[in-house]
Design a protein around this ligand. Structure first.
Ligand code: SAH
Ligand code: SF4
Ligand code: F3S
Length: 442
C-alpha cells in the first residue's frame, strides 16, 4: 500500500540574472526528476539556495538563511548550496554549516539528477565542484521559465577577464559560448511558445564567440531579432573592451533590438581602471559612448560603478562624477568596493574606510538622481511603445516597460484595459528620476 513519499523542494535565488536563469533550469531539472516546487522552506524536503558571492554582503546572506533554518534539519530536511558561494567556498561549507548535504557550482548543474539520487540515498556530502574547466554550457530542455512573455537565454558562461576585484572568473570558470544555432533554436522554440521578448545573457555577453564560427555577437543579435514572433531583444552585460561598432549597426538595422546598452564603466579614472585591470581607459570608454550617441536610434546607456577601490583619491572620484555628466546615463548601479577572497585586489593597500565609501556612494547616487530628474523629462509628450507588465490596482495604473528599459506607468480607459504581455502605445505626461507616467494613446 505504501507509496514513496512525495519529493518537494524550495529554491531561493540570490545574485544576477545569470543566477535567476540558472534557477529556472534547476527547477526544470528537478521537476523532470519528479520533485514538486513548494513556496516555503517549511513545506520542503529539500531546501536549495542559489547563491551569489560578488560582494561580502551577498555571501553573508546565505549563511544567515542557513542559520535561520538550522533547527529544521532535525526534522529531516536536507539543505543544498548552489551557485557562486558553493563554487568559491567548496567543501568548507560542510564545516561551516554541517547540516548542508549538497554543494554544487553552476558548471556542475548537468550532474544534478545524479546528485539528487545520492542525496535521496542519504549521502550527506554530495559535491559538484570539479568542472570549472569544462567547455560545456548548462543546456537543458527542462527550463521552467517564470515569465510567460519575456525569457532569458544564456549564450556565454564564465569570464576570462580577471578584473582585480572580481570573483566571477573563479566562481563561474572559463569563458565558453554556445553555438549560435543552438541559441537560435531556443529562440525559435520560445517564439513558438508565445514569448515575444528575449534577453540574451552572459557575464560579458558581447565577448560571445560562436564555437561553430558562424556568427559574430552582432550577427547573432540580429538573427535573434529576426526570429518571427520576437518583438524585443535585450542583452546584458556588455564589456567595454569587446564592444564593437557592429553592435550599434545591428541595433540601427534591426528594429526588434532594444535601444538600451548596459555598459559598466566601474570608474571614470584611468588610473583606477588600470588598478582594476579593466583593460580600457576613460577615453576608450568614452569613444564607445560616442559611437552610441552617433547612432540613428536614441540608445539608452546604463552602467555599474564601484566607489572606494583601494587607493581611489578624491581626484579619481571626481573623475567618476564628471563621467556621469559626460555620458548622461539613464541609470547606474553603484557599489562600495568589497574585498573578495582569492582576488588580486585583496592584497592592495590604501583601503578606503567604510564611512568614506558610503559617503562617496551616496554622493554619486544623488548626483545621478539629479541628472535623471532632468534627462527623463525629454520623454514628456513622446508616444512610446511599452510591453505591459502588470497593474497596480490601488492606483488604477498599468505598468509597462519601454524599449529603453524604462518603467512607464499609465492609465487606460476601463473598456480598453490592456493585457499582460501586450504592446501598446503610451503618451508620456510626467517624468520622475527613475520612471515615467502617462496615458494609453489610442
Ligand atoms: N561582467 C560585468 C559585471 C559583472 S558583476 C562587467 O564586467 O561589467 C556585476 C557588478 O558587480 C560589476 O559590474 C561591479 O560593478 C560589481 N562588483 C563586482 N565585484 C565587486 C566587488 N568586489 N566589490 C563591489 N562591487 C563589485
Ligand atoms: Fe568580473 Fe571583470 Fe569578468 Fe565582469 S569582466 S565578470 S567584473 S572579472
Ligand atoms: Fe553573483 Fe555569481 Fe552572478 S557572484 S553576480 S551570482 S555570477
Amino acid at each position: 500500500m505504501s507509496s514513496a513519499p512525495e519529493k518537494t523542494f524550495y529554491l531561493e535565488t540570490f545574485g544576477c540574472q545569470m543566477n535567476a536563469h540558472d534557477s529556472e533550469k534547476v527547477v526544470g531539472t528537478l521537476v523532470a526528476e519528479g520533485y514538486r516546487q513548494v513556496p516555503t522552506v517549511e513545506e520542503a524536503g529539500l531546501v536549495l539556495y542559489n547563491t551569489c558571492s560578488i560582494r561580502d554582503k551577498a555571501e553573508q546572506k546565505v549563511f544567515h538563511r542557513l542559520n535561520d533554518y538550522k533547527k529544521l534539519q532535525k526534522q529531516g530536511k536536507k539543505f543544498g548550496v548552489l551557485g557562486c558561494v558553493a563554487q568559491q567556498e567548496g567543501e568548507k561549507i560542510f564545516e561551516r554549516a554541517p547540516y548542508v548535504s549538497m554543494v554544487c557550482g553552476s558548471a556542475s548543474y548537468r550532474n544534478l539528477p545524479a546528485m539528487l539520487v545520492q542525496i535521496e540515498a542519504g549521502n550527506t556530502r554530495v559535491t559538484g565542484l570539479d568542472d570549472r574547466e569544462t567547455d560545456e554550457c548548462f543546456e537543458t530542455e527542462f527550463t521552467a521559465r517564470t515569465n510567460p512573455h519575456r525569457g532569458y537565454i544564456t549564450i556565454i558562461e564564465g569570464c576570462d577577464k580577471f578584473c582585480s576585484y572580481c570573483v566571477v572568473p573563479y566562481t563561474r570558470g572559463k569563458e565558453r559560448s554556445r553555438t549560435s544555432e543552438s541559441v537560435l533554436a531556443e529562440a525559435r522554440q520560445m517564439a513558438d511558445l508565445g514569448y515575444t521578448e528575449i534577453q540574451l545573457l552572459g557575464q560579458n555577453v558581447n565577448s560571445y564567440r560562436d564555437p561553430a564560427g558562424k556568427r559574430s555577437f552582432a550577427e547573432l543579435l540580429a538573427a535573434v531579432g529576426e526570429v518571427p514572433g520576437i518583438r524585443r531583444v535585450r542583452f546584458t552585460t556588455s564589456h567595454p573592451r569587446d564592444f564593437g561598432r557592429d553592435i550599434i549597426h545591428a541595433i540601427d538595422a534591426v528594429p526588434t533590438l532594444c535601444d538600451h546598452v548596459h555598459l559598466p564603466v566601474q570608474s571614470g579614472s584611468t588610473r583606477v581602471l588600470n588598478a582594476m585591470q579593466r583593460l580600457y581607459t576613460r577615453d576608450q570608454y568614452l569613444e564607445r559612448i560616442s559611437w552610441m550617441k552617433a547612432a540613428k536610434r536614441d540608445i539608452s546607456i546604463t552602467s555599474d560603478i564601484i566607489v572606494g577601490f583601494p587607493g581611489e583619491t578624491e581626484e579619481d572620484f571626481a573623475d567618476t562624477l564628471s563621467l556621469l555628466d559626460e555620458v548622461g546615463y539613464d541609470g547606474i548601479f553603484g557599489f562600495k568596493y568589497s574585498p573578495r577572497p582569492n582576488t588580486p585586489a585583496i592584497g592592495l593597500v590604501d583601503a578606503i574606510p567604510e564611512e568614506e565609501k558610503a559617503r562617496r556612494l551616496t554622493f554619486l547616487q544623488e548626483k545621478q538622481r539629479e541628472l535623471q530628474r532632468i534627462s527623463y523629462r525629454k520623454h514628456i509628450g513622446q508616444v512610446l511603445q511599452v510591453m505591459v507588465e502588470g497593474k497596480n490596482e490601488a492606483r488604477k495604473q498599468w505598468a509597462g516597460r519601454t524599449s529603453q528599459n524604462k518603467i512607464l506607468n499609465f492609465t487606460a480607459p476601463e473598456d480598453a484595459s490592456p493585457e499582460h504581455g501586450s504592446y501598446v502605445p503610451v503618451r508620456v505626461t510626467v517624468a520622475f528620476p527613475n520612471s515615467l507616467a502617462g496615458e494609453l494613446a489610442v
